[in-house]
Design a protein around this ligand. Structure first.
Ligand code: B12
Ligand code: SF4
Length: 446
């Protein structure tokens, strides 16, 4: 069957959509990969209407939903074509999404690699309706089949990098994002990871075979010449031994600087030393809120402020660039106090870059339920990212994120420094910065 596959987003390569597209190709089907990074959604709709496709497939995060529904509606107005939607949003909402949107025919709940191959194999046959992970309508009622076990990552077809344009693969700063693991063991109350853990249990946490992940990086280095690999795994250090082996293999076999995201609890002297020795130049860690009691009670993040400060300082002492991720605009009356505590904790932790985004209640998360219960979500607000505004009732939060960014980042705009410089200039800058950082007085935070 000929498939039109729509990928939304304008930043780095989406691993979920990509793996599913790879599985479709691997199953021997013809695929047109229609990426909104390259083609405007209206032009995609036109192409699907005019083309001889047997099915329209799309991958959607929550914030892509308005654009996704708009595209599907335009196609459906002119063409009767089955539509299958997969991705994080159908996964967290489930079959009731079909009640909300009559334009969608089928959903993939959870991982899609095996599901999509069976979907194309069995379409039109009676066994179609037994496919695991499939949601569909019967007599107008939305139904959801059971979830299959998590995919065996070692058996997945190779990731189809060739479907994406170079600009999506290597960003303007020379970063290329790759992933070696899936899942995170924690259940923070604002994060969709909890929903995957609820669906799949602990088995959701998986690692790719090390040699497979490293071979992919070697291939990507040769083909796309990035300056830096960003390991976009949710939680790189959840299994420390695997992470350490990966870091060593990156140094020995790949030979490009790299960075990763972690929880502060996993940062200790030994990990930092190894990371530094193996070429790690970047670590991003969530602070999220500077009020320790609130963090524990309402976000289910049990690290102490002391651990946070220590982790940032250890990395800083090793000359590794750090970013802290923070949220403002929580659905609590003392939100402004929480923001002040967050600013103060960032002052103490001294990350090199402070990212502050606005709390967004994702369906299926505990904080979403709380917002619904208290009727806090403003249905008139349609937000496409969590930098621009809050979806909660009340005033805009955007000015506050700007203030925080200026407070911490304005004189340190490393992003602009990295922009459009080649790898060696970047290395040179990095060395100068490392030396200078050793020498400068500690006044930056004031
Ligand atoms: C790495 C990552 C990033 C990277 C890369 C993002 C990318 N485009 O892939 C970066 C840092 C750039 C990023 C940015 C953002 N991210 Co992000 N990110 C992640 C993270 C940690 C892993 C994503 C991943 O690769 N998962 C592994 C893949 C294999 O799983 P998957 O995507 O779910 O795909 C499977 C299924 O969903 C299904 N499937 C997917 N598509 C399709 C399509 C069909 C047809 C079928 C059948 C099946 C199917 O099969 C896939 C394979 O098994 C997730 C956390 C998570 N648990 O997913 C957050 C997450 C996806 N991100 C999130 C958000 C909010 C964002 C941003 C919007 C934040 C912002 N800046 O405002 C941006 C959006 C950028 C964009 N438009 O792409 C949220 C999404 C919440 C939601 N409900 O939408 C998540 C869930 C984290 C959270 N807060 O809970 N992100
Ligand atoms: S540690 Fe990060 S990825 Fe894991 S549940 Fe919490 S926010 Fe989500």
């Amino acid at each position: 069957m000929k498939v039109a596959f729509v990928q939304f987003g304008d930043s780095s390569v989406s691993k979920g959509g990509g793996y599913v597209a790879g599985s479709i190709i691997n199953a021997g089907h013809q695929l047109d990969f229609l990426d909104t990074y390259l083609i405007k959604p209206d032009a995609i709709a036109e192409k699907v209407i005019k083309g001889d496709y047997g099915v329209l497939m799309l991958s959607a995060m929550t914030m892509d939903m308005p654009a996704t529904i708009d595209l599907i509606s335009k196609v459906k107005a002119k063409k009767d074509i089955p539509v299958l939607l997969g991705g994080i949003h159908p996964t967290i909402v489930g079959a009731k999404l079909l009640d909300e949107y009559p334009q969608i025919d089928y959903l993939c709940i959870g991982e899609g690699e095996s599901m999509v191959a069976e979907f194309l194999r069995d379409f039109g046959k009676p066994e179609f309706f037994n496919i695991q992970n499939l949601a569909f309508r019967r007599d107008g009622k939305a139904m959801e089949n059971p979830i299959r076990p998590p995919e065996a990552l070692e058996n997945l077809p190779p990731f189809p990098w060739h479907l994406y344009s170079r600009g999506r693969i290597v960003n303007g700063d020379g970063f290329l994002s790759v992933a070696a693991t899936r899942g995170c063991p924690y259940r923070c109350t604002y994060c969709c990871n909890k929903i995957y853990l609820d669906l799949y249990g602990k088995n959701y946490l998986r690692k790719r075979p090390l040699d497979q992940a490293v071979s992919e990086m070697i291939f990507l280095k040769k083909r796309y010449r990035p300056r830096f690999f960003l390991l976009s795994d949710e939680m790189m250090l959840w299994e420390e031994d695997y992470a350490k082996d990966l870091f060593k293999a990156i140094k020995e076999q790949v030979g490009i600087p790299y960075g990763f995201m972690a929880r502060v609890e996993h940062i200790n002297e030994e990990v930092v030393k190894l990371a530094k020795e193996t070429g790690c130049q970047y670590v991003g860690m969530g602070i999220e809120c500077g009020d320790e009691k609130f963090r524990k009670e309402h976000l289910k993040r049990y690290m102490s402020n002391e651990q946070i400060v220590k982790a940032f300082r250890l990395l800083r002492a090793a000359g590794i660039f750090t970013t802290s991720y923070n949220m403002i605009g929580f659905p609590f009356d003392n939100d402004e106090e929480l923001t002040k505590a967050t600013i103060e904790l960032n002052r103490q932790a001294q990350p090199d870059y402070v990212q502050a985004t606005i709390f967004y209640p994702f369906p299926g998360t505990q904080l979403y339920d709380l917002c619904v219960e208290k009727n806090l979500i403003d249905p008139a607000k349609c937000i496409s990212d969590y930098h621009s505004d809050t979806v909660l009732r009340g005033s805009s939060m955007a000015h506050r994120t700007t203030e925080i960014a200026e407070m911490f980042n304005s004189t340190w705009n490393w992003k602009n420094k990295w922009h459009n410089v080649d790898f060696w200039v970047y290395i040179f800058e990095y060395k100068v910065w490392s030396i200078w950082r050793e020498l400068r007085p500690d006044e930056r935070q004031s």
